[in-house]
Structure formats: structure tokens, C-alpha cells
Design a protein around this ligand. Structure first.
Ligand SMILES: C[S@@+](CC[C@H](N)C(=O)[O-])C[C@H]1O[C@@H](n2cnc3c(N)ncnc32)[C@H](O)[C@@H]1O
Length: 254
């Protein structure tokens, strides 16, 4: 596992709207202020950087194919219930709904403003603002729960607890999908040492005011993801990389 830092996102330097912290993770207030800056710069999902949209489209297509395959196995005829954790500005969720209007899509996001564009697509009672699992109604179970590019921002003990709690909200054959955009190929002793030196240099540049950095979260290895899923009680675990987007690692627990 390795810490990583971020200076900008979607072409917006963080220094434009916030104080940056080298040691504290960005919280819901930081993400809310970021999304406000993003909404004042971009007028719609289509205006967001093309490279980012291409990756998110590949992730949405991957989910659509998976849901389509699982939906056909569902026997009770009820709508396939999907919960997205940490939906952000909701671009993938919009793509899911465009392709599969019949699914019952529920969304979660801790920041209060992130879902501004998605609000008109989803009924209010399917929108859960806050940190999961606390903000999720306990009486709804899902065929699929997914996190796309969210786990990086959660410390391992909290992520393990979240996985365990979300597992309890799955339907009997339901699955939890984690799409990681912060995959770490390997974590050798030498690699960690070099990384520690890089972090030290970053810290000096941060405190000198030359390159302010925001502590963004952790990169995890395949072994670490598998361990977290296994400790959360998933009996069957599959994983791999997306063909259309080889840097995207996915892991599914059932
Ligand atoms: C990089 S964005 C990803 C947004 C979207 N899922 C995507 O793939 O484009 C990360 C999002 O996770 C949210 N987030 C951060 N910590 C979270 C947590 N503990 N639980 C749920 N969401 C969280 C942030 O507010 C942010 O909107």
C-alpha cells in the first residue's frame, strides 16, 4: 500500500479553491468545494475532459455487460437493484441509466453538491448523501453494489468495515464490485524506500509553498485487495483488468 498525492483534478488546480493538507485526507467538504468549482467551469458531463470520459465510459460499459449477464439469471422478475457508492458527478450512473433504464439505480455520495447533474435522472428516495454504511437505509438490499475509483480515499480498516457492512446489504446472489483506478503493481522493499524518499521531497516542496499537494489516499496491490475482500467474508472472489482500459483493475466479491 502506498500513499499518493494530488495537485489538481479535471484540470482544476486545488489551490484555486482550498487549503491543501499533506497529512489529512480530503473530506466531504473538500470534495463539495471541488465539485462547485467543477460545475462553474464545465456546463455538462459532455464538457468534461475527453480522456476522463473515455475511461469512465469503458468502466460503465464493463458494468453494463456484467449487469446484463446477471440480470438474465434473476428469477423473481423484480427490477435489478444497483447501488453506486461515491458516485461523484454521476457520469457513469447517467451512462448506466441511458443503457439500462429498467434497473433500479440507487446512488450515494458524501459531498452534498456532487450529484447536481444527476438529480433530475434519479428519484430523491434513491439518493443517499453521507458516508456509507451509516447513511444507507438498512431495509434495502441490492443485486449489485459498486465502488468506482472510491476505495483509494478510505483507510484499510474503514474499507474492510465498509465491505463487510455492504456485503450484509446484498441479495443472496448479489455481488460487490470494486473498480480501482489506483492499482499498485508491486510493493517491494526497494520500491517502498524510493517512494518514501519521493514523499519526503514532496513534503519539502509542499511546506516551502513551491508545489502544494493534497494527501489523496492509498494505492493497493492485488494481494491487498484480495485480502480485504476475503477478510470481509466474501466466499467467492474474482478479479482482473478491463480489456478496454487495461490500467483499470476490478475485483468482485460474492
Ligand atoms: C474520484 S471520485 C470518483 C467518482 C465516481 N465514482 C467516478 O468513478 O467517476 C471519488 C468520490 O468518492 C467520494 N468518497 C470519498 N470517500 C468516500 C467514502 N468513504 N464513501 C463513499 N464515497 C466517498 C468522493 O466524495 C468522490 O466524489
Amino acid at each position: 500500500m502506498r500513499r499518493f498525492y494530488q495537485e489538481s483534478w479535471q484540470g482544476i488546480p486545488f489551490t484555486q479553491f482550498s487549503h491543501l493538507s499533506f497529512f489529512h485526507l480530503a473530506g466531504s467538504k473538500f470534495y463539495s468545494t471541488f465539485y462547485e468549482a467543477m460545475f462553474s467551469r464545465y456546463s455538462s458531463w459532455e464538457a468534461l475532459p475527453e480522456e476522463w470520459r473515455t475511461i469512465k465510459k469503458a468502466c460503465a460499459d464493463w458494468l453494463i455487460a456484467r449487469i446484463a449477464a446477471k440480470m438474465s439469471l434473476k428469477e423473481d422478475g423484480a427490477a435489478y437493484r444497483v447501488l453506486s457508492i461515491g458516485s461523484g458527478c454521476g457520469y457513469m450512473e447517467k451512462l448506466l441509466l441511458d443503457a439500462m433504464p429498467g434497473i433500479a439505480l440507487y446512488v450515494n455520495e458524501p459531498s452534498t453538491v456532487g450529484l447536481k447533474w444527476l438529480r433530475s435522472y434519479i428519484p430523491n428516495d434513491r439518493v443517499f448523501i453521507g458516508y456509507p454504511p451509516a447513511c444507507l437505509p438498512a431495509d434495502i438490499s441490492y443485486d449489485m453494489i459498486y465502488l468506482s475509483a472510491v476505495d483509494y480515499s478510505i483507510r484499510s480498516c474503514d474499507f474492510g468495515f465498509m465491505l463487510e457492512s455492504l456485503r450484509a446489504q446484498l441479495e443472496p446472489r448479489g455481488e460487490l464490485v470494486c473498480l480501482s483506478s489506483s492499482f499498485l503493481q508491486e510493493d517491494s522493499v526497494i520500491g517502498s524506500f524510493v517512494n518514501a524518499i519521493k514523499i519526503l521531497i514532496r513534503m519539502v516542496l509542499h511546506y516551502l509553498g513551491v508545489r502544494p499537494q493534497q494527501f489523496w489516499g492509498w494505492r493497493r496491490t492485488r494481494k491487498e485487495y484480495q485480502q480485504l475482500f476475503s477478510q470481509a467474508g466474501f466466499l467467492s472472489i474474482e478479479d482482473g483488468w478491463m480489456t478496454a482500459c487495461p490500467e483499470m483493475y476490478w475485483i468482485v466479491g460474492t
